[in-house]
Ligand binder design. Structure first.
Ligand SMILES: C[S@@+](CC[C@H](N)C(=O)[O-])C[C@H]1O[C@@H](n2cnc3c(N)ncnc32)[C@H](O)[C@@H]1O
Length: 262
């Protein structure tokens, strides 16, 4: 059982996953912590409706990037967390999805450790599992995919990528690219260049779990078109045979009847 009011003259920082978008996809533990928070430091992708659960006196700090305005640097966020906790506050650091997946939790943990401040992590539903759910495609399947790989699209530029594309192209795995839509043409070129079939299906799931969610399905051949079809919404790219199992993959050749019969 988590102690929601740990005794310490310093405060306490919980790094809490807000989930992928829908406000009711936060965990029960995350919700209880919000209801008891004295300060909340939240990112841009966090559903604002979650903040309605905070007590009236709770300090709210927005630190995310907004179109046209400056976002706080990671150093500024670390300093804010440290100063709030040193002032004795119960702090919730609310992050989109899961804090430990492309959420810079590592840097914040390091800053809290260095300051000798207590903290705990509360996991959340990450974009990849949310996207699998809304596109109705299993990320693993014992016949088609025995691994799931979370990859950042920021590492996917054609000439600078440190990724082992040969390995990614050959593994019997589902590849989930976060922040990858803009880079989708380069991702496709890299995978095709390392032997992946142009018929490999891919799904782009944008704003998963929100009323505006969208699922686009195609193959590596359609990478340019799918990438151009979205303008800045958070979206996840899923590449792998399992995409054929999605209820939305009606135009793709199916793997075999048994796998898709429900
Ligand atoms: C900085 S990463 C944060 C990931 C987050 N920590 C998580 O676990 O989902 C932001 C990226 O996550 C993906 N993402 C976040 N929310 C999403 C959603 N509702 N639908 C699809 N992709 C999403 C997008 O690729 C977005 O650019």
């Amino acid at each position: 059982m988590i102690d929601l009011k740990p005794s310490s003259s310093n405060g306490f920082v919980w790094l809490v996953g807000a989930g992928p978008g829908a406000a009711d996809l936060i965990t029960v533990r995350g919700l209880k912590l919000l209801q008891d928070a004295e300060a909340v430091v939240y990112d841009e992708l966090v559903n604002r409706a979650l903040l309605d659960n905070c007590p009236a006196k709770c300090e709210l700090h927005a630190v995310g990037k907004r179109a046209g305005s400056h976002s706080a640097s990671q150093g500024e966020i670390n300093d804010l967390l440290v100063s709030l906790a040193k002032a004795g506050r119960r702090v919730v650091r609310l992050k989109g999805g899961d804090p430990m997946v492309f959420g810079r939790a590592g840097e914040e943990i390091e800053a809290l450790r260095a300051a000798g401040l207590p903290f705990a992590i509360v996991p959340g539903v990450t974009a990849a599992t949310a996207s699998g759910a809304v596109a109705e495609l299993p990320l693993t399947h014992r016949d088609y995919s025995s691994a799931v790989i979370f990859i950042t699209g920021h590492q996917c530029a054609a000439n600078t990528s440190a990724l082992d594309w040969g390995a990614l192209a050959k593994l019997r795995a589902t590849l989930c690219f976060y922040m990858g839509v803009r880079r989708l043409p380069e991702i496709a070129r890299n995978l095709l260049g390392h032997g992946m079939s142009a018929d490999m299906p891919l799904a782009v799931v944008s704003e998963a779990t929100l009323p505006t969610q969208l699922v686009l399905i195609g193959t590596l051949r359609d990478a340019e078109k799918l990438s151009a079809g979205l303008a800045g919404q958070p979206a996840l790219v899923v590449i792998g045979e399992v995409v054929r199992l999605s209820s939305f993959a009606t135009d793709l050749p199916q793997l075999h009847a048994q796998a898709i019969t429900r």
